[in-house]
Write a protein that binds this ligand. Structure first.
Ligand SMILES: [Mg+2]
Length: 128
């Protein structure tokens, strides 16, 4: 089944890199949506069904941590798997994100890292 994904990052270049990497994973990527900050990300989730959200931490208007917090408080989005892709180094913040069930990928990343993380998060088999 195709995997629909929302990519939230304030850098259009980074969103394009993530999208390209997703296409290189060999996984069945379905619809992809993009947002430039957490607020736009939440609005995109209101309008579209996704299987997974990839979110940056440092963004204007609403950062990734606040977006994730609001997703987890809303029953409609509480169970959507979240992968954080960031340069963030603060262990305290990463621990808070892990407590909310988010996986973490450090920038820079490879398509293999994204693929392996997605397999774990989405419980995919080796040949999916
Ligand atoms: Mg950013």
């Amino acid at each position: 089944m195709a995997i629909n994904i929302l990519i939230v990052d304030d850098s259009a270049v980074m969103r394009a890199m993530i999208l390209k990497s997703l296409r290189m994973t060999g996984l069945d990527i379905g619809e992809t949506y993009q947002a430039g900050n957490g607020q736009e990300g939440l609005e995109a989730l209101n309008d579209n069904w996704v299987d997974m959200v990839i979110v940056d931490i440092n963004m204007p208007v609403m950062n990734g941590e606040e977006m994730i917090g609001q997703m987890r408080e809303n029953p409609a989005t509480a169970d959507i798997p979240i992968v954080v892709i960031s340069t963030e180094g603060s262990e305290a913040r990463l621990e808070r994100l892990r407590e909310k069930g988010a996986a973490f990928i450090h920038k820079p990343f490879t398509p293999e890292t994204i693929r392996d993380t997605m397999r774990t998060m989405l419980h995919l088999e080796e040949n999916d």
